[in-house]
Design a protein around this ligand. Structure first.
Ligand code: NAG
Length: 320
């Protein structure tokens, strides 16, 4: 008799737990939004509106790192990437669902790519020992808007454009930017400042992008590639009219040809194409480059065409 009572309790408790799970999530995959440099979560809020207008039950997490604008410029980019992993990975709804769709703008893509490739790397395991990082939720579809995916290099103007008041850093040149390590711990863009005239220095001293893009050998090279290949769909939006990302080709992993400022290589012509699994994603039909014709922040607002563009190019990939 006792056994049956126990069994009954067990069924009842299972039902309650199961039922609770069902009511916690809508069955729709959660969406994570990540804003760009010189911005905050408010920049991405229209995506949340546009998603929930169509699918009110879709859970949306609009991430802001630190206090937004100031911290998006000044800070150690790797530290912010760790914060992003922690915020997303410990979100109850997202971890219960197990996967999520991702929309990232501009510099925000650096954190998103780091999550995708490196969330359970040996380095992150060392830094965040309290979590079971191997079972953190995975990214399903990734919408990358105006990312400096292959790095950023510009003149004084473009440095000011990304939010720095001073152009001192640009003046001292790409090779010096990494030299005082302290600068990389203070200014985010130095983590992906990629001077095509000094790529040897960049590979040696830059602490972030050469690892993220598997441009150098490092302990998590294979894991980074494997993780990035597990995306269901990776769509990259860029445009010659971007106006901020320099060169604009970087939004699609193209870049200045090494040693020049006038010639360019496409993604397929870089080592990154093979090294982070872009080639494999492409062969599997899971990679897409879209020329939006838009300026850097047009995507974010209805009156600059952002909503119509979202509905045409992203909606089906994030509401599922
Ligand atoms: C790392 O995370 C991915 C999910 O992104 C998972 O498939 C993989 O098994 C994890 N690696 C290890 C060593 O558990």
């Amino acid at each position: 008799m006792g056994f049956f009572r126990f069994k009954l309790y067990f069924i009842l408790i299972s039902f309650l737990i199961f039922h609770r799970c069902l009511s916690d999530t809508s069955g729709m995959r959660p969406v994570v939004l990540m804003h760009g440099i010189n911005g905050n979560a408010g920049n991405m809020k229209h995506f949340q509106e546009w998603i929930q207008e169509d699918s009110p039950d879709t859970y949306v997490l609009d991430v802001e790192l630190g206090n937004g604008a100031f911290d998006s410029i000044f800070g150690d980019i790797t530290k912010w990437a760790l914060d992003f992993i922690e915020i997303v990975g410990t979100d109850e709804v997202i971890s219960e669902f197990g996967s999520f769709n991702l929309i990232c703008h501009s510099q925000g893509n650096m954190f998103c790519l780091y999550y995708i490739g490196m969330h359970n790397s040996s380095y992150v395991k060392e830094q965040l020992p309290d979590y079971d990082l191997d079972s953190f939720p995975t990214v399903y579809n990734y919408m990358s808007i105006a990312a400096p995916a292959a790095g950023f290099f510009g003149d004084d103007d473009s440095f000011e454009m990304i939010g720095l008041e001073t152009n001192d850093i640009a003046k001292v040149g790409g090779s010096i930017i990494y030299t005082p390590y302290i600068l990389q711990l203070l200014v985010n863009p130095s983590g992906y400042w990629r001077d095509p005239m000094h790529l040897d220095v960049y590979r040696k001293l830059c602490l972030f992008l050469p690892i993220l893009n598997n441009e150098i050998s490092h302990p998590d090279f294979a894991l980074n590639k494997q993780n990035r290949m597990s995306l269901n769909y990776y769509k990259m939006f860029g445009s010659p009219n971007d106006g901020v990302i320099s060169p604009y080709q970087s939004t699609w992993y193209g870049y200045f040809k090494e040693g020049t400022l006038e010639e360019f290589v496409t993604a397929e012509e870089t080592d990154t194409w093979e090294n982070v699994g872009l080639k494999d994603l492409d062969e599997a039909g899971k990679l897409e480059f879209v020329d939006s014709g838009m300026c850097h922040t047009d995507y974010l607002y209805e009156d600059t065409g952002g909503k119509a563009f979202f509905e045409k190019e992203m909606k089906d990939y994030v509401i599922n």
